[in-house]
Design a protein around this ligand. Structure first.
Ligand SMILES: NC(=O)c1ccc[n+]([C@@H]2O[C@H](COP(=O)([O-])OP(=O)(O)OC[C@H]3O[C@@H](n4cnc5c(N)ncnc54)[C@H](O)[C@@H]3O)[C@@H](O)[C@H]2O)c1
Length: 258
């Protein structure tokens, strides 16, 4: 692949870990200048240090003030912003009856209101650049797989994506989302600690026979943010190894076929 993002400025939230860190590396590998934003500034720094032209920003996307300060850093350094990737998320891993107000509000604040605030504050820059918004949603926003607050936020993020696409398409802005299935990242560490076999168990549900990798999301993300996708907006690309295409485990159970 050529260098599709030469000279572009890309801001990735939650870029200190997992999918976001890989996205930052892959954008940088194709010539982009990177704003590596994470609420954990140390992690952001570790990722940014390894990139040719990057700034680490410690910020909580749920805070409008911190989002404004983060954008001020980007403007000061490069005076442009071409791509915003809404990737940061929290996920309260508790059953519906046990979700507290704090957990519910936190997931909504980070996973849905964060992107709303960031894109609203960055809109002048994105319109000037005829830029792109990419939001990392989840299969949880398309079918119920637990995590009620997270799932509601991710469904909302896909609606926000359509709204941005329709409202600002005539000014050259594109907005798309990706809905990944299970991607092996540190987000799974807590569940792995509870059940060391959880990833093997999850694999059985995937028609392609393996779980996802951050690069699977990055391949789709770079395409959607590139000129190759210049007539694609308002859509959600499902990147899930076939999970939502059908129900492999149920099919096996009721037909005894794999
Ligand atoms: N890993 C999966 O199985 C999976 C599946 C579907 C969707 N996703 C989505 O992909 C994205 C990345 O997930 P991941 O697995 O790489 O997670 P991760 O936990 O490895 O990384 C998330 C990063 O976001 C940061 N973050 C959390 N709250 C923040 C805030 N308020 N402001 C700024 N940064 C914040 C964290 O510090 C962390 O570095 C998330 O949106 C997640 O919902 C992941």
């Amino acid at each position: 692949m050529g260098r599709r993002f030469e000279g572009r400025v890309v801001l990735v939230t939650g870029a200190g870990s997992g999918i976001g860190a890989r996205l930052a590396e892959r954008f940088a590998g194709e010539g982009a200048r990177l704003a590596v934003l994470d609420v954990d500034e140390e992690r952001a720094r570790a990722v940014a240090q390894a990139l040719p032209d990057a700034v680490a920003i410690g910020a909580d996307v749920s805070s409008r003030e911190q989002v404004k300060d983060a954008l001020a850093v980007v403007r000061e350094r490069w005076d442009r912003l071409d791509v915003v990737v809404n990737n940061a998320a929290t996920c309260a891993d508790v059953p519906f009856e046990a979700v507290s107000d704090e957990e519910w509000e936190r997931d909504l604040a980070v996973d849905l209101s964060g992107p709303y605030r960031l894109v609203q504050e960055a809109l002048p820059d994105l319109l000037a650049a005829r830029g792109v918004v990419l939001s990392i949603a989840s299969v949880n926003g398309l079918t119920h797989l637990g995590n009620d607050a997270y799932s509601a936020a991710k469904a909302g993020l896909m609606a926000l994506t359509r709204g941005l696409a329709v409202s600002y398409g005539s000014q050259g802005l594109r907005a798309n989302a990706i809905a990944p299935g299970t991607i092996v990242t540190p987000i799974w560490d807590e569940r792995l600690a509870r059940d060391p076999h959880v990833l093997d168990t999850a694999t059985r549900w995937y028609p392609l026979g393996r779980l996802g990798r951050p690069d699977d999301v990055a391949n789709a993300a770079l395409f959607l943010c590139s000129e190759e996708a210049s007539w694609i907006t308002g859509t959600t690309l499902v990147v899930d190894g076939g999970l939502l295409a059908g129900n492999a485990v149920m099919m096996h159970d009721i037909t005894a076929q794999s």
